[in-house]
Design a protein around this ligand. Structure first.
Ligand code: BGC
Length: 447
């Protein structure tokens, strides 16, 4: 347990230093929460209360456009530029986003891979050619989390090249001889000896029907890559565990090639004992709680910080080493922790709720409310095996009756078609298929 706190603190320090150099306006929760209470622009605390009072078992009679809304996991943003969709994030006074700190996590993932290479330098270069070759599975080229992770790995390994002031995150295709323009050869020096680091190949794992972060596509890709590159591949890196585990099971486990993912899904954490290199926990337990907690607070008409930075009457509270709130982005971000062979025992069950926010709310002051919630793709490994089970644990604790809708990961209409009668619900939690598509939902709520 102690170890976990040490890594969390390190992660926080990293996150803050990253925030300090470039991410202006970031602050940790306590300072921000203090500001927030004094901020006269804050949403009137009773907006939600009105909605709550009016809510019968058939859903609130408040206008749908005024009901609490939380975006989660896919932040409303321009999929080409990453620019936040501030209209969607400020749809009404009770609109928030819940995700995790993508830059802090990306830096952790890159550092984890680099440190692994350094610590295993004597055996990592399988064909002994002095070049550490890696392949990279990219989740979704238009998803800011995926972009951040590709950049984080390239930055740590020295393979990134600049594009418009940031590291190029485009897939390199194949780069056998090191001449691709999206990446460059990096260099690592260990014990006085220099090694070249090369991104041998990378591609977006999108299937023919259009689903991104596609694990099966990654499993096929590693087959192609291993037959083209063979022993040139020394390391496998993935933007998430779903794709990482697919490549590990298809090829790297048998060939003892360390494979790195992201999400700390239970199967990936267990695989660390069998040679999976490591993963990053994006603190899904904290995110799932925040996703439902902001709705609960808005429906109760209480300060949004209740049970978050300020303990509620049941004792639920989060400390600022596990999340950050950025008021100007209306966004809560959980902080990430690296999970490696050193600490994986602490992370074996990814669906376990976070102990500091596990106390049941009473039904008298927190009457049951109805929430409509969608998962963009019912087959997404992270959302289906980690995030949704966590939501299902928290919905009981928070007295929320949640209707879970699973999309096909391809078309927004597959999801929006199932939001036919928003008046039946008191609040909404939305996980878009594409981060540009917030208006497909807000237009339904505005009708
Ligand atoms: C997760 C991925 C997941 C994606 C879906 C990311 O935060 O790491 O595993 O596929 O969210 O939006």
């Amino acid at each position: 347990m102690k170890k976990k706190f040490v890594s969390v603190t390190l992660a926080l320090a990293l996150g803050l230093s990253l925030a300090a150099c470039g991410n202006s306006g970031s602050s940790n929760a306590p300072a921000d929460n203090t500001d927030k209470k004094e901020d006269t622009n804050e949403p009137a605390a009773d907006d939600g209360a009105d909605a709550a009072e009016d809510a019968g078992s058939e859903g609130s009679s408040a206008a749908n456009k005024d009901k609490p809304l939380v975006w989660f996991n896919r932040q409303p943003s321009n999929s080409s530029t990453g620019e936040l969709d501030t209209a969607a994030l400020n749809f009404n006074a009770n609109t928030y986003y819940v995700g995790f700190d993508a830059n802090q996590g990306a830096e952790l993932q890159g550092t984890m891979v680099k440190e692994y290479i350094e610590a295993h330098i004597d055996e990592i270069d399988r064909n002994g050619d002095g070049t550490i070759g890696y392949v990279l599975a990219i989740g979704d080229i238009g998803h800011n989390d995926s972009i951040a992770r590709t950049r984080g790995v390239r930055k740590a390994l020295g393979t990134g090249v600049d594009k418009d002031g940031s590291i190029n995150s485009d897939p390199a295709g194949t780069n056998t001889d090191g001449t691709a323009s999206m990446v460059q050869d990096g260099e690592i020096e260990v014990g006085g000896k220099k090694y070249v680091v090369r991104e041998l190949a990378s591609q977006e794992m999108k299937n023919s029907a259009g689903a991104t972060w596609d694990a099966a596509t990654a499993g096929n890709a590693i087959g192609t890559w291993s037959s083209s590159f063979g022993e040139q591949i020394d390391v496998v890196v993935s933007n998430n565990d779903g794709m990482g585990m697919s490549m590990f099971n298809a090829w790297s486990k048998e060939n003892e090639v360390p494979t790195f993912g992201y999400d700390a899904n239970s199967d990936a954490v267990a695989a660390i004992a069998e040679g999976y290199g490591g993963t990053i926990s994006q603190h899904a337990d904290v995110q799932a709680y925040l996703t439902l907690r902001v709705l609960r607070n808005a429906l109760d008409g209480v300060d949004i910080d209740t049970g978050i930075g300020t303990a509620d009457e049941a004792g639920n509270v989060l400390t600022d080493d596990v999340y950050v709130y950025r008021e100007e982005e209306r966004s809560y971000y959980a902080l990430n922790v690296a999970v490696t062979s050193d600490n994986y025992q602490d992370f074996t069950d990814s669906t376990k709720i976070y102990e500091p926010v596990s106390a049941q709310l009473d039904e008298v002051s927190h009457a049951v409310k109805k929430v409509w919630l969608n998962i963009y793709n019912a087959s997404d490994n992270f959302l289906s095996s980690t995030y949704q089970p966590l939501l299902q644990n928290y919905d009981d604790i928070l007295n929320l009756e949640v209707e879970y809708i699973g999309g096909d990961g391809q078309t927004e209409s597959n999801v929006t078609n199932r939001l036919g009668n928003p008046s039946q619900y008191d609040a909404f939690a939305i996980n878009m298929v594409k981060t540009d598509n917030a208006a497909s939902y807000t237009s339904l709520l505005s009708q």
